[in-house]
Design a protein around this ligand. Structure first.
Ligand code: 5GP
Length: 190
C-alpha cells in the first residue's frame, strides 16, 4: 500500500532495537481516515475468502482489527494479556514473547468466542518475529478454528519470520514490507 509506505517515510521514527515508532498515525494518535483506507485495503485483499471473525491481540492490534472488521462486516475478537484465571477451564491460553518488552506473557480468549465453525483472519499492527501471530494461531488450533490468513499493517521482512510463515502455507498480506531500516533509510520490499 503506497500510502502506508509514504506515511512511514514521512512520520516513522527508527528507534534503537529495530523498533519503528508510528505513534503519530497508528499506535497512539490514530489517523482515522487513513485507518479506514487500511481497512478497505485489507477487505479488498481478502475479498471472497470466507472469513467469519477477526482475531487480534491487545492492545495495539485492536484499532486496525476493528476497522477491518467493520469493512468486512465481521466481529472482532481480541486475545487479552491480563492474568485471567483458568481454574474453570473457560479460556484458551498460550504464551507469547513480547518483541517490544522482551518478556513472556500469557494471552487468553474465552472459549465462548472461538469455536470450530470460525474461519479466522488474524490482524495485527506489526509482524516482527511472528511470536504474536503464532500465539494467535495456537489459540485458533486449540479452538479447532480455521486460520484463513493474516493481515498486518507493517511487516519487518528482515526478521525472516513472515517468509517462514508463508513457507508453512500461511497467507500473509502486509500493507508495508520493510526490507531494512536504519536511522537514515527505510527500504521497502518491491
Ligand atoms: P512479533 O510477535 O511478530 O515479534 O512482534 C509483533 C508485536 O510486537 C506487535 O503486536 C507489535 O505490537 C510489536 N512490535 C514489533 N515490532 C514493532 C515495532 O517496530 N514497532 C512497534 N510500535 N511495535 C512493534
Amino acid at each position: 500500500m503506497k500510502e502506508m509506505e509514504e506515511k512511514i517515510l514521512s512520520e516513522g521514527q527508527v528507534l534503537p532495537g529495530e523498533i519503528l515508532k508510528v505513534g503519530s498515525f497508528l499506535n497512539q494518535n490514530i489517523d482515522t481516515a487513513f485507518l479506514g483506507r487500511m481497512a478497505g485495503e485489507i477487505a479488498r485483499l481478502f475479498e471472497g475468502v470466507p472469513v467469519t471473525k477477526i482475531l487480534t491481540i491487545e492492545a495495539s492490534g485492536i484499532s486496525i482489527a476493528v476497522a477491518a472488521g467493520m469493512a468486512m462486516g465481521v466481529p472482532v475478537l481480541f486475545a487479552k494479556k491480563h492474568r485471567t484465571s483458568n481454574v474453570d477451564g473457560s479460556v484458551y491460553a498460550t504464551t507469547v514473547h513480547s518483541f517490544t518488552h522482551n518478556e513472556d506473557y500469557r494471552v487468553v480468549v474465552s472459549r465462548d468466542y472461538l469455536d470450530p465453525s470460525d474461519h479466522v483472519l488474524l490482524v495485527d499492527d506489526f509482524l516482527a518475529n511472528g511470536k504474536a501471530l503464532r500465539g494467535l494461531m495456537d489459540l485458533c488450533a486449540q479452538a479447532g478454528a480455521t486460520v484463513e490468513g493474516v493481515a498486518v499493517a507493517i511487516e519487518k521482512c528482515f526478521t525472516g519470520a513472515g517468509d517462514q510463515l508463508r513457507a508453512e502455507g500461511v497467507r500473509i498480506e502486509s500493507l508495508a514490507m520493510i526490507e531494512s531500516m536504519s536511522d537514515d533509510a527505510i527500504v521497502f520490499r518491491v
